[in-house]
Design a protein around this ligand. Sequence first.
Ligand SMILES: [Zn+2]
Length: 213
Amino acid sequence: MTRLVPTALIILTASAATADETRQLDAHEHGVGQLNIAFDGDQIAMELHAPGADIVGFEYTAESAEDRGLVDAAVATLARPLDLFALPAAAGCSVVQASASLESEEANDEHGHEDHAEHEEEGDDHAEHDHKDENHAAHEEDHDHAEEAHHTEFHAEYLLNCANPAQATLIDFAYFDAFPNALELEVQVITDRGATAFEVERDAPVLDLRDMF
Ligand SMILES: [Zn+2]
């Protein structure tokens, strides 16, 4: 599969990897995602990062059937890029590759659960019992704190092929209709003429790229 990846996607992946090294999930801003778009010949490579809060409305570990269902539905929606970032029909774009997943910081949460379980197994003689309850309460606080610090992000990568990429100059961000908690996308567009950053907001969900070609 690697040998089929075009230059543009390699550039995107490299820049994203650099960003990931300096950016922790807990540094993300809820409501704000990042979208990189690289035009290379008749191909368009895209990479999206968005907080779990934007996509499903929560960032705790999905355990209930309802929450798991929300995550599964979101991943399925994120795997249809042309429904989220609509391009003019004249561009004749189709999806070559699309993948989406949920990334999470599991460590804090699992640690909290382990401590919790250990205390449930402590002896049940009465003197121990009061002591146990105190510890139990203290660990509940730790656990809540861990939950607050727990962040997730959805990550998606797309590769499009366009019959007439010169017509792909207007992107309609239906993304904001699909995800009501999303407020803004920080967009970086790379073309032959260089890289340009945009902020696309819910209030004006259209990106005009005519000056980029
Ligand atoms: Zn978060």
